[in-house]
Design a protein around this ligand. Structure first.
Ligand SMILES: [Mg+2]
Length: 176
């Protein structure tokens, strides 16, 4: 874990899965076919601060709901950095790195399940929620003490920005 703290210095961007990371993994299926997800305002605040401090943030999810786009645009993520229907996630991760002129080693990624393993192996720092599947936990550099939907994204963003001196009160950031 001490290496994890040291390695946080090299991080210039973040990428996240959605289900099981920003949410507890549960989806509510409505009669219209929409899927409803609960998000955590503490995570939302941290994403907003990261973007305000010029860290690119990618959302790479197998989900397809437009509500995912609306949620992350609301907290400052660019639509071009939100990848829906991403079942083979590596090409989208590579696209994100290329567009932002990032090396994969400069990106911290958090995912919780098998589809995330490719990026977890390629990124600079592999992280997961406390309740990620075993196969993911085994290859991560850091396992948050928080489960999905309970502040695990906030945890890794806050640690990174604090160690880089960028976790300042930000008037542009807001709770959401
Ligand atoms: Mg997931």
């Amino acid at each position: 874990m001490s290496n994890f703290k040291v390695n946080l210095h090299k991080i210039k961007a973040f990428a996240f899965d959605v289900d099981g990371v920003f949410t507890d993994g549960l989806v509510i299926a409505t009669e219209t076919g929409d899927l409803l997800r609960s998000h955590n305002a503490k995570d939302g605040y941290a994403v907003r601060v990261a973007i305000t401090q010029k860290y690119p943030v990618a959302i790479i999810t197998g989900g397809s709901s437009e509500s995912i786009v609306k949620r992350f645009v609301q907290i400052g993520v660019s639509t071009s950095d939100i990848y829906l229907r991403s079942h083979y996630k590596m090409p989208d991760f590579t696209d994100f790195c290329t567009r932002h002129n990032l090396q994969p080693e400069e990106v911290l990624f958090m995912g919780d399940d098998i589809p995330d393993i490719g990026i977890l192996k390629a990124c600079g720092i592999a992280t997961c929620p406390a309740d990620a599947v075993t196969e993911v936990k085994e290859i991560c550099d850091y396992i948050s003490i928080y489960p999905g939907g309970r502040g695990c994204a906030r945890d890794v963003i806050e640690q990174t920005l604090k160690i880089q001196g960028n976790w300042a009160d930000s008037p542009e950031a807001y709770s959401g």
